[in-house]
Ligand binder design. Sequence first.
Ligand SMILES: [Zn+2]
Length: 298
Amino acid sequence: MQYIVMDMEWNTAYSKKLGGFMNEVIEIGAVKLNDALEELDAFSVIVKSQVGKRLQSRVKTLTHLTNEDIANGVSFQTAIRQFSDWVGSEENIFLTWGDGDIRTLIKNHIYFLGQDILPFVCNYADVQKYCQSFTDVAGSGQQLGLSAAAEKLGINPDAFPHHRALDDSRLTVACFRRVFDAEKLKKYVYRCDTDFYARLAFKPYYITDLNNPAVDRRAFYCLCDMCGGKVRQEKKWKHTNQSFRTEFYCKTCDRHFRVCVRFKQLYDGVEVKKTYSEIVAESEEKSAVPTVTESTKS
Ligand SMILES: [Zn+2]
């Protein structure tokens, strides 16, 4: 088994063909590691942009790549052939910091080669998710940037200063080595089958129609979040701001409170988020202070 730690740089450009903006890959960098995480080889290629003619200033500042560098690069088609040859035919696990790089690579692959799978990628793991699970933001839903994560793991990111694709791959490798545990990694690794690509292409959205069969109406049943007793609903459920809300009154506690229920359709289920907030009467106005939030996934 080989690990391919990959990073890319891209430039956002308007595509006439798509009628919208796309992230065009301008550099691919990668490091190949064996089972013991020893570096076997490194890869770096600059891709000649075909959609965007000029680099965004943000990209120039971050990467120190110039318009001239990009003009002298190879086409995406050639870059992918070289990269695929370099990856080779041994069983691999691709690792990227967040899934943005792999999504962008797939989109470019579709755009330039008309193929929606990456034949040289056997397995994939989001190394950001994996590394974060060893830090104090684990389970918070927060996403750490590579440099911030490196610092939390006791690595000085300034030792990898250029933000070119290969530098960022090497910094990712340093983070990965610090927390590597083959057993723990397993639950982050996905086989790159059709389900994997469908999951990656799926865009989560909030359900706004109560008649959607995915909506579990039991989520609207509420008890007092202070005493657990039965409550009186004071208003009809109303849809605002991607969630459904209403107000309740608890006789036992003599208090009014608001409940917000939000349904998010994920690839493999619906996530329900229910928030209780206090309604405090301030002269004529009412303001709400969130008290409890509960999340469930079905
Ligand atoms: Zn109560």
